[in-house]
Write a protein that binds this ligand. Structure first.
Ligand code: ACO
Length: 311
């Protein structure tokens, strides 16, 4: 039976069809998807924090309303992705526990502080921009629930990216101090945003298998250079610069070349030693504890309803 399952699985992958939750799949495929989707969900949940910290300080009612909506979208993406991960068999409580205990990874980018209002612009433009560049190909991921989740998430992410760009555009056309603030935010977020795509291809243990399984469609470096090419053009519209004197398009290779990134810093951040890791996890644990009464009330309500249905 396992042999038949494997043959069918391989055939579905080969013909670019989708694997669905009830289909037979290799344990390693289930495991790597659970890993990637849950890390992605955790990133959305932790990723609410740098921006949530600015809601009360947004410069106008309009900006405040937009920022609240954006942070809410991220909560939605997280819950949506936990649901997709659960279809692979690991309950949400277990995934949540992995995050709270510090065992699970989440995106390196959310361990950097958001120091100024311009950071809301840089996060939208660069961080959500990198997220889209990485996630559009994931809409075609071989696992059905993940690919479908990505379609909706990418639509919302592109709105997020535009609102970030618009914040920077306005600051870039503002006073000298505002322009400096925008440039400073770009300077700080450029390298961490490029690191979001993951380690260089030669140092990416999961890539080869994930590409064979058609979870990933492009390599980390491939997507990174593509993204750099997009922002190299967009930054001109802002009248600002990217902090990368080596940035150029290599005509011969047909790809963008950027400066070397500090991979030691990247390793430190994903090992838990970035500037904000401890704070992010502490806030998440606090929020989880403060939400206990909601979970208890919801469970009590569900139990009461179930009892009523019995009589
Ligand atoms: N931050 C934290 N950890 C990372 C990052 C990063 N930017 N990039 C890679 N890693 C981790 C991987 O999770 C992997 O660790 P693990 O094996 O313990 O799970 C390790 O570094 C080696 O990397 P790869 O072999 O390249 O891992 P993978 O094939 O999973 O590729 C990638 C990494 C590109 C991030 C992939 O998992 C992916 O596309 N994920 C979905 C997108 C996502 O999670 N986005 C979250 C941030 S954007 C946002 O949500 C707003």
């Amino acid at each position: 039976e396992e042999q038949a399952g494997l043959e069918r699985f391989n055939a579905l992958i080969a013909e670019d069809s989708r694997i669905e939750p009830r289909d037979w799949m290799p344990e390693a495929y289930r495991k790597t998807l659970t890993r990637q989707i849950s890390q992605h969900a955790h990133s959305e949940i932790i990723g609410m924090q740098p921006e949530a910290n600015w809601i009360t300080r947004a410069p106008s009612l309009k900006r405040k309303a937009i920022l609240i909506a954006k942070v809410q979208d991220e909560a939605g993406h997280g819950l949506y992705l936990y649901s997709a991960a659960e279809t692979l068999g690991t309950p949400r409580e277990v995934l949540n526990e992995q995050l709270l205990s510090g065992k699970a990874k989440y995106s390196s980018i959310f361990n950097y502080p958001a120091l100024s209002w311009a950071d809301m612009g840089a996060i939208g433009w660069l961080v959500d921009g990198a997220a889209i560049a990485n996630q559009v190909p994931l809409c075609r991921a071989s696992y059905g629930p993940y690919g479908r989740a990505m379609v909706r998430i990418c639509k919302e992410e592109s709105f997020h990216q535009r609102q970030g760009f618009e914040i920077l555009l306005e600051l870039a056309h503002g006073t000298e101090a505002q322009k400096r603030m925008a440039q400073d935010a770009i300077n700080r977020f450029y390298e961490p945003a490029l690191m979001m795509f993951g380690p260089p291809d030669g140092d990416s243990p999961n890539s080869q298998q994930s590409m064979e399984w058609k979870i990933k469609r492009f390599s980390n470096d491939e997507l990174r250079q593509r993204f750099v090419g997009m922002i190299a053009e967009q930054v001109k519209v802002l009248g600002l610069t990217l902090p990368d004197p080596e940035l150029r398009f290599d005509e011969e290779a047909g790809r963008w070349v950027h400066k070397d990134l500090d991979w030691d810093e990247f390793k430190a951040v994903i090992a838990g030693n970035g500037p904000c890791n401890a704070q992010r996890l502490e806030r998440r644990r606090e929020a989880h504890e403060n939400g206990a009464w909601v979970r208890e009330a919801a469970a009590a309500y569900a139990a009461k309803k179930a009892q009523k249905a019995q009589v």
